[in-house]
Design a binder for this molecule. Structure first.
Ligand code: ACM
Ligand code: ZN
Length: 573
């Protein structure tokens, strides 16, 4: 397989300044070679591979996608540092993914990201064997995809006059930045990104939000809103749920959406088109005579059934072009469209209900795998969406709910981690929020349950991957020292010393610590061997630790209290 061989050569040159020659396999039985060959892959699943590493050579077999994933595994076995004699371990690996849908979502609407970063994001996904990129392209806050038939969408809808500063979830907003924000992708750029992704065995699923979260489209074409003479509208500058939505009564709405979706399907070859469907207030529909007439004419019970009518009509159109829809779990309300796949984001409830109705499901529960939520204590972290999904919680997630029957479980296609960017204004922030959680997510979707092991992941494998990452320009969240017991109080018994053993979460990173209540830094004690904490009777000690990586990145500071007395006794002193 010439393509993989070339990739491998590039990898060695780029990371280790090694030059290898690539040859077509000679008929001779070859030793001391690295062989990439699809021969013998007939019985290997499409995304599976066999990797054999012996003292006399490396042999990787698989079909096209499997070969790509085997290549990723092979390069993961390479050492962190370049040296004169580099070793990789001998291995015999027969590997294939647990799920066929291994997705990452990226919202480019709440903040816009350039093509260069979208590609970097896709590349990170590929390194961890994810295969589906869900590109969230339209929102109240910005329309990001060029539609030739409707140029006004990107002329006015791609821009907002300013952006909220600080948190929309707190009741004390700081204000607005008085700075225009926006941008969009031309169809040429989109084709280029699709090609880039497909070279990495990643399918892109575009999302065009309907019938809500569409104010940027209403800015451009106000007649698509409810009522007789709606608008003007303004591209939204804050975060939340807004009442202006597409009118479900006017035929012109469907004509517009079908034209938009036609161009979208011409661009994107994916089987699935994501049509949104989440968070649709019914306020406008309730007072719109066109929507009310639609309800009456179609014998619909209420506005929830009107939403279902809307989604079903769009589904019929998309199905007629040989494609299928995915919608957020709100599309269950008022009745599921017959062929829809449900993306369960408000926990697992929607996914469970959909599977019970024999619909396919992608699990994306916000309380496990939304990466806009905090990964550590909010007071030590950059601003994020309220919610707490630290690494171990992400790792622990199993997309298959135990309450489903064996038959229903087959409808769980896989899982997707979501990256909503209201609090990510820069590419660096996106990287910080997804790493290392992306690595934990990769194991959710790839690794069989009985092979998952958090301790091994956290203590053995992750430190090596983070050490490699530390040598690149990628930003990542540095976990705290393993064993540091943040926020824990040790109650000392019988005046016995306590021994604290720490491990670095990034291979090659240093751990510094203090007992003087100040935050540690390079000037403090370097952790070299287990710390013996001696606390005289009636006293307490506070251990603080920090991790500093070779590139200078720092973890949060942990704090552990050692108490040699009852807290009451200490208070008296
Ligand atoms: C969503 O997070 N509103 C799907
Ligand atoms: Zn209406």
């Amino acid at each position: 397989d010439q393509k993989t061989a070339m990739l491998f050569r590039e990898f060695l040159k780029d990371k280790y300044q090694m030059n290898l020659t690539v040859n077509k396999l000679s008929s001779k039985k070859s030793v001391n070679t690295i062989l990439f060959s699809s021969k013998g892959s007939e019985n290997i699943p499409d995304e599976g591979y066999k990797l054999n590493i012996t003292p006399s050579g490396v042999h990787l077999t698989g079909k096209e996608a499997g070969m790509f994933y085997g290549f990723q595994s092979l390069i993961q076995l390479f050492p962190i540092e370049k040296s004169a004699n580099m070793y990789i371990p001998c291995a015999e690996i027969n590997d294939e993914p647990r799920f066929k849908y291994r997705g990452m979502h990226l919202d480019v609407t709440l903040h816009f990201f350039p093509v260069s970063f979208v590609k970097k994001f896709i590349n990170m996904m590929a390194e961890y064997k994810l295969n589906t990129f869900h590109w969230h392209l339209t929102e109240d806050q910005g329309w990001r995809i060029e539609i030739k038939k409707y140029p006004e969408l990107t002329k006015s809808g791609a821009w907002r006059a300013q952006t909220l500063i600080g948190s929309a979830q707190k009741d004390d907003p700081i204000g607005y930045d008085n700075t225009p924000h926006g941008g969009f992708y031309s169809q040429d750029e989109i084709r280029d990104v699709i090609k880039y992704a497909s070279e990495r065995h990643i399918t892109i699923i575009p999302e065009i939000e309907l019938p809500g979260h569409c104010i940027s489209a209403l800015v451009a074409y106000p007649h698509l809103a409810c009522g007789d003479n709606p608008g003007p509208f303004k591209t939204i500058e804050s975060w939340g749920i807004y009442e202006d939505v597409f009118c479900a009564g006017k035929e012109s709405t469907f004509e517009f959406l079908e034209n938009v979706l036609t161009e979208v399907m011409e661009l994107f070859p994916s089987k699935y088109i994501h049509i949104g469907g989440d968070e649709v207030p019914k306020t406008r529909w309730k007072s719109c005579k066109h929507c009310q007439k639609r309800i009456k004419d179609n014998n619909l019970k209420d506005e929830y059934e009107l939403q279902s009518y809307f989604v079903q009509r769009i589904e019929k159109f998309i199905n007629s072009r040989g494609r299928a829809i995915i919608g957020w779990d709100e599309i269950l309300e008022g009745g599921l469209a017959p062929n829809a796949t449900v993306m369960s984001w408000r926990g697992e409830k929607g996914g469970i209900a959909a599977a019970q109705q024999n619909h396919d499901v992608i699990m994306a529960p916000n309380n496990y795998i939304y990466f806009d939520h905090y990964q550590a204590k909010p007071e030590q972290e950059p601003i994020g969406f309220p919610g707490y999904n630290p690494l171990e919680r992400v790792y622990s997630y199993d997309p298959v709910p135990q309450s489903l029957t064996a038959e229903q479980k087959k409808h769980i296609l896989g899982a997707e981690a979501c990256v909503w960017t209201e609090y990510m204004a820069t590419p660096a922030k996106v990287e910080y929020m997804i790493l290392p959680r992306l690595l934990a997510f990769s194991e959710i979707t790839w690794t069989p349950l009985d092979r998952k092991n958090y301790q091994n992941f956290q203590e053995e494998r992750l430190p090596v991957h983070l050490a490699k990452l530390d040598k690149t320009d990628v930003i990542y969240f540095v976990p705290t020292a393993i064993g540091a017991d943040d926020e824990k109080t040790h109650h000392i018994k019988n005046n016995k010393d306590v021994t604290i053993t720490l491990k670095s979460p990034v291979k090659g990173a240093k751990i510094f610590y203090t007992f003087n209540h100040h935050s540690p830094r390079e000037t403090d004690y370097l952790y070299e061997k287990p710390i013996v904490v001696n606390v005289p009777d009636g006293q307490k000690r506070v251990l603080k630790t920090i991790v500093i990586t070779p590139s200078g990145k720092r973890s949060n500071v942990t704090k552990t209290i050692f108490l040699n007395a009852s807290p009451q006794a200490l208070n008296r002193k």
